[in-house]
Design a protein around this ligand. Structure first.
Ligand SMILES: Cc1cc2nc3c(=O)[nH]c(=O)nc-3n(C[C@H](O)[C@H](O)[C@H](O)COP(=O)(O)OP(=O)(O)OC[C@H]3O[C@@H](n4cnc5c(N)ncnc54)[C@H](O)[C@@H]3O)c2cc1C
Length: 488
């Protein structure tokens, strides 16, 4: 067995692991990071960018949201069910973390995710310029990896950690296995668990979240996110907090139907369930986690979005009503062409995507209750005539379903592996807690593994929180470790 030694053993080099490693090294601690995969960054390689409030980039844009306002919003949003001290310290550090990253050479563009959201997302401008978007944050991961190297962090890849070593109730290191199968015992003063949650472990998701994973298309995680850190923490005597995956609603097989997903995901089209009834004020579909919650409660965990040809033509000419950061703004331009292609796909057309000349025909194709659907659409059209939604209080985007052909997308539940809340219980210093809420000495957890700050529903009103929690919890944990070291 190979032996190693350091001040901080970091379990995984995803976003929170990188942040912990760099910050600990900046505090003068020796750091070894063990990563299961060949590269660093975990799910952060897929995303756009982190949240911050009162950053210098926000000030430059004359944005006025204060930390206090963001904090009060978040505590109200979570019904004060989360650790106020942790949220406070995280929010107050967030702007400094943007400076920290900018000093490493990361550039950002501030944005909201949707019209009613705050401008808190700091989306990474990809290397070489261009529009921030999905995978843009890969550039941030690169800069952080370079910084970790510069700071002397020893990064050991393709080496999963199997266990936290405990002696007399204290974490004293980790046991890992190298690519050649050799066991490595790394003794350390502190261990930080940063393995990114349980996203792609369906069995554990079912067991720990109560959500039926078979009803959800989990997408876009990275293969390593299978709950290793959560299992290790439990083995070390740590208490778990309830876990909630982030739920959303999208187009089946979305990466292969990206423009259609852009046209239907989080857009204010009329949405009905299999019974033919509306079930949400569709204005709210822009807040995808609300739409996810509402759709999850419908028969079969699905819904159907319906739009007419006149509306599509309007969008093509004048642009979408709701722009979103993920899909850009040009997804309607080739709508009719993409629609015909998708309708011709045997596994998609007629199963997930439909085109009909009458509402009755649409009901036959989709299996939606015909009588109810006809009544729902007639009612909807009369609300549009009178400018008032008498059913679900929609005040914007009151457009009739009147001009055939009608297009309808069966929307499915989606969950992003790598976005969740809950897991390892920590205090505001990111120290792990046992069943009696006592600190497990030497053991810290950061990022998604310990992200107990949203309650059941991810808060897209303050976009970018997942990455920001990973970054800031990592930095905070490292600073507390350095403080604690004085007690050794
Ligand atoms: C498609 C997509 C888009 C996203 N976009 C955004 C966004 O724009 N803004 C935002 O705020 N958030 C976004 N997120 C979420 C964000 O990327 C994650 O919340 C963030 O990366 C979490 O950081 P983490 O360190 O907890 O986990 P990760 O960054 O996922 O890292 C976990 C790491 O642990 C490693 N690992 C697992 N087990 C072991 C083990 N036993 N030993 C060693 N290593 C191990 C994994 O290989 C991985 O590298 C997105 C997520 C996805 C999937």
């Amino acid at each position: 067995m190979k032996k190693m030694e350091c001040d901080v053993a970091v379990v995984a080099l995803g976003l929170s692991g990188l942040a912990t490693s760099i910050a600990a090294a900046e505090q003068g601690l020796s750091v070894i990071g063990f990563e299961k995969m060949r590269v660093a960054g975990g799910a952060a390689n897929m995303g756009m960018g982190p949240f911050a409030v009162e950053s210098r980039l926000q000030k430059k844009k004359q944005l006025t949201l204060t930390r206090e306002e963001a904090f009060m919003h978040h505590m109200e949003y979570t019904h004060y069910s989360v650790d106020a001290h942790l949220v406070h310290d995280f929010f107050w550090k967030s702007a400094d973390t943007i400076d920290w990253l900018m000093d490493m050479g990361v550039d950002f563009e501030v944005a909201p995710y949707f019209p009613k959201a705050e401008w808190t997302a700091h989306n990474v401008i990809p290397e070489g310029g261009g529009r921030p978007g999905p995978r843009g944050a890969g550039t941030m991961v690169k800069r952080m990896t370079e910084r970790a190297e510069q700071m002397g962090v020893q990064m050991v890849f393709e080496t999963p950690v199997k266990k936290v070593l405990m002696e007399n109730g204290r974490a004293v290191g980790v046991l890992a296995v190298g690519p050649d199968g050799e066991e490595i015992e790394c003794r350390s003063k502190f261990v930080a668990i940063c393995t990114g949650g349980l996203g792609l472990n369906m069995e554990l998701t079912k067991e720990l979240t109560g959500i039926d994973p078979e009803s959800i298309e989990f997408f876009a995680g990275v293969p390593g996110l299978v709950g290793d850190g959560i299992k290790m923490a439990v083995e070390a005597g740590v208490k778990l907090a309830p876990i909630f995956p982030e739920l959303g609603v999208g187009v089946h097989d979305n990466f292969n139907h990206w423009e259609l997903e852009g046209a239907f995901r989080s857009k204010p089209e009329v949405a009905v369930n299999l019974d033919g009834f509306r079930f949400i004020n569709e204005e709210m579909s822009e807040m995808s986690s609300y739409f996810g919650n509402a759709t999850y409660n419908q028969p079969g965990h699905v819904c159907f979005e319906i739009v007419d040809t006149a509306r599509i033509k309007h969008y093509i000419k004048y642009g979408p009503e709701v722009l979103d950061q993920v899909h850009g703004d040009d997804f309607y331009e080739r709508f009719f062409e993409k629609a015909e292609e998708a309708l011709a796909e045997p596994e998609f057309g007629g199963k997930y995507f439909f085109k009909a000349n009458t509402i009755e025909e649409l009901a036959d194709m989709t299996g939606i209750n015909k009588e109810n659907l006809v009544e729902t659409i007639n009612n909807w059209n009369s609300y549009c005539d009178h400018g008032r939604d008498l059913e679900l209080c929609r005040t914007r985007y009151l457009y009739p379903i009147a001009t055939p052909p009608f297009y309808c997308m069966k929307m499915v539940m989606q969950g992003a592996a790598g976005i969740a809340s809950g897991g390892i219980t920590v205090n505001h210093k990111l120290q792990c807690l046992d069943a009696e809420d006592k600190v497990v000495p030497g053991l810290y957890a950061c990022g998604i593994d310990a992200c107990n700050i949203y309650g059941p529903t991810y808060d897209f009103y303050l976009p970018g929180m997942n990455m920001a929690f990973a970054l800031n919890s990592g930095r905070m944990a490292a600073e507390y470790m350095a403080e604690e070291l004085n007690d050794f």
